[in-house]
Design a protein around this ligand. Structure first.
Ligand SMILES: *Cc1c(COP(=O)(O)O)cnc(C)c1O
Length: 403
């Protein structure tokens, strides 16, 4: 039975985190999802699966990623000691690969012969195409027509890796529509297909399954920070799109009441502008992609388009577990604008020699703001969940620099 004070034991048997999550899908999808759940529950207890997962994380992804003391930023902020969890050093440049390794191993165990995925910015598409090449499975990526235009380097990467890209022209022609199309494909190709979802969203068991695969981040941090400081961190900080890198860092510490947590949404052009991706701070509960969660929606309940300079945070929803942790006030949710993220991006380049992705630059922007109110005894771990190579054109354009 769930202990009332434990946040790490959710979801319940039906896939609910409090009143969020669940399984809001067409009847035709139900047997498929039940099968994924059953198989996932089996492999969770299987030590040979764990061994295989760990093997690929070490040899292919390059884990464990280091925990790095950001000395110059610490000095500059005159607040807490700041550490970066360096998930940007992973193969393919972000945390998304952790989850893709887990899911493709599950797909193989289930005997699936075909992989589908959705992608917005293309990061999850690249990670999925990568593991499909690794395991010799055909890969179909659904991507909004608009995103295909905006993200051509990632489209090219996916093609190099052997994936087929399917352009989605319905709705807003972006991530939300690509996810709908992928769900449709899944229903049509029930027998042979596995759907690799890229964040802690979708119908149960995806939110908890993706979280479990990403929780390697926090598990490593617990060990590494004990070695470095002989204590737990006082504050964990991460950016939030769907919420997988954040929950991957937090999960391990949810029941350590002394560890505070802060997640940073994208405020785009500002919360009051309406052009943002802050589902918690600027949205309300509804149903999207098979689960109940906070969403950006109009007065009449239409899903609104998200906006952020970082394509990876550009999702109108958020994983249901975050909606729960938000209402429980276990995690604090704040936001950073495009402009603040750009400023933090340059700051990190110059002070630490790390070009961050624009997504974690949002987390750093808020950390910079709150650090002066903390003391030098306190320890902060921020998830540097992606590297910025993919963002250099966006940054150049935003800062009006010719490259
Ligand atoms: C995709 C992505 C994100 C957002 O996804 P989460 O599920 O919220 O982690 C954040 N950072 C990077 C680098 C990404 O590629």
């Amino acid at each position: 039975m769930r202990n009332k004070n434990s946040y790490s034991q959710w979801p319940d048997e039906k896939g609910y985190f409090g009143k969020f999550g669940g399984r809001y899908v067409a009847e035709t999808l139900m047997p498929l999802i039940m099968e994924v759940e059953k198989e996932y529950n089996n492999i969770k207890k299987d030590s040979s699966f764990k061994k295989e997962f760990d093997y690929y994380l070490e040899k292919f992804v390059g884990r464990p990623s280091p925990l790095f003391f950001a000395e110059r930023i610490t000095e500059d902020l005159k607040g807490p000691k700041v550490y970066f969890k360096r998930d940007e050093l992973n193969h393919t440049g972000a945390h998304k690969i952790n989850n893709c390794i887990g899911q493709i191993l599950l797909a193989k165990k289930m005997g699936k012969k075909r992989i589908i995925a959705e992608t917005g910015a293309g990061q999850h598409g690249v990670a999925t195409a990568t593991v499909c090449a690794l395991f010799n499975l055909p890969c179909i990526i659904y991507m909004g027509e608009k995103d295909i235009e905006r993200q051509s380097p990632n489209v090219f990467r996916m093609k190099l890796l052997g994936a087929e890209i399917r352009s989605v022209t319905s709705g807003s022609k972006s991530l939300k529509d690509a996810m709908n199309e992928a769900l449709r494909d899944w229903v049509t190709n029930v027998d042979n297909t596995f759907y690799i979802i890229g964040t802690v969203a979708g119908p149960h068991p995806y939110p908890s399954m993706v979280r479990d695969f990403q929780s390697v981040i926090g598990k490593e941090v617990r060990k590494q920070i004990q070695e470095a400081e002989n204590k737990l961190p006082d504050l964990l900080v991460a950016c939030i799109g769907g919420g997988s890198n954040a929950i991957g860092l937090f999960q391990e510490f949810l029941d350590d009441a002394e560890v505070k947590m802060l997640a940073v949404e994208a405020a785009g052009l500002g919360l009051e502008s309406g052009k943002h991706a802050a589902s918690l701070t600027g949205g309300k509960p509804g149903v999207l992609h098979g689960n109940k969660t906070y969403l950006l929606q109009s007065k009449t309940g239409q899903i609104e388009e998200a906006h952020s300079i970082s394509a990876g945070l550009d999702y109108p929803g958020i994983g249901p577990e975050h909606s729960f942790l938000f209402e429980e006030k276990r995690v604090k949710y704040m936001s950073a604008t495009d402009e603040e993220a750009l400023e933090a991006f340059s700051y990190c380049c110059k002070l630490e020699g790390i070009i961050p992705a624009l997504e974690p630059a949002h987390a750093l922007a808020v950390l910079k703001k709150i650090a002066p109110d903390m003391n030098s005894e306190e320890i902060v771990v921020m998830n540097m969940c992606g590297r910025g190579d993919k963002d250099i054109y966006t940054v150049a354009k935003a800062l009006d620099i010719d490259i």
